[in-house]
Structures are given as C-alpha cells and as structure tokens.
Unconditional design. Structure first.
Length: 175
C-alpha cells in the first residue's frame, strides 16, 4: 500500500510541475553594428557564415555539417552533428524580407528534441549603423520540456550564447 501512495504522489507531483511549466519561451538579444544594413543583411542571409560568428561552431570545431539547397535562399537547409555541447539538428531558411528579416526554423534532435523559430531582424540606426536583433521563440510541447523549463531558464542559458554570437558578429563585420 505504501508503494501505491508513493507512485500516486509522484504522479501528482509530476502533473503539478507540468501544469506550472511554461508553454513557450522567447529569447532575444540585440547589438549595434557599425556597418550599413544592406552589408549586414547580405552577410547574415548565408547560414554558412554562422560558422564564423555563431558561438556553436567554436564549441565544436569538428562538428559534421551538410547543406542542401542554395545558401541565402528560402529552402536552404544546414544540418549539423556535433559533440554534447552542440548536439544534432537542422536549420532551414523559411523567410527572407530583403534588408529586414531572415527567418529560420530550427529543429533539435539531440541532446533533446525541440523546435524553434529564429529571426535575425535588422533596423537602420542611421550613420551607417545597424541594430541586429536575434530572436528565438519555441513551444514546450512535451511534459518533460515544460517540467525542465521550470529549472532551466532558456533566456539566461541561450541568451548568453546569443550575446556571444552577436559580439562575434560585431567583431567580424567591423574589422
């Protein structure tokens, strides 16, 4: 009988944690870059360039990558398989609004399954400067992801990577 109470108690605890877990998440960081918007956009639209400024390629320089389609065009897919820091997944260009937005859909396979919509948004600040905003939004569809999100703050965790990546981008484009 004690085991039954423990099992019911544990199931109830998991249900309560699930109900408390956030249904979705958003991460966003911005950085001003001293380059005209058209130059920044031209560079960012090519996903292969993320290897030069994104934080993840630096976490695993031996990551395996494959590409499908024409880089910088809707439908281009970048797939990766790396160490436990970068995991495995793919990113597909879904939308391009010239000099304003590059929208992608990211699917993670490992270390956990997740999907996110990513946008790189560009705003002209005048004087040849561009504000780049890196925005990610996703849903916690599974019970485990909702429970996990109670203990891991996506904004703080992924936000640090976004900040590092945007700093790398600024350095790369302003050199």
């Amino acid at each position: 009988m004690t085991i039954a109470y423990i099992v019911v108690g544990l199931a109830l605890l998991l249900y309560v944690l699930y109900m408390m877990g956030p249904r979705d998440y958003t991460v966003e960081r911005s950085k001003s870059i001293a380059r005209p918007r058209s130059e920044v956009f031209s560079y960012l639209r090519n996903l292969k360039n993320q290897n030069d400024w994104g934080p993840w390629a630096r976490m695993d320089p031996n990551m395996e990558q494959t590409f499908t389609g024409t880089d910088g065009q809707v439908g281009f897919i970048s797939k990766w398989k790396g160490n436990n820091k970068v995991g495995e997944g793919q990113q597909e260009i879904m939308r391009i609004d010239e000099n304003e937005v590059i929208g992608t859909h990211m699917t993670f396979i490992k270390p956990f399954k997740a999907e996110s919509d990513i946008e790189l948004r560009l705003k002209d600040r005048g004087n040849g400067e561009t504000m780049v905003t890196w925005h990610m939004h996703g849903k916690n569809n599974s019970a485990m992801s909702r429970i996990f999100s109670l203990f891991m703050n996506m904004d703080k965790t992924i936000g640090k990577d976004f900040e590092k990546g945007l700093s790398n981008l600024k350095e790369k484009l302003e050199e």
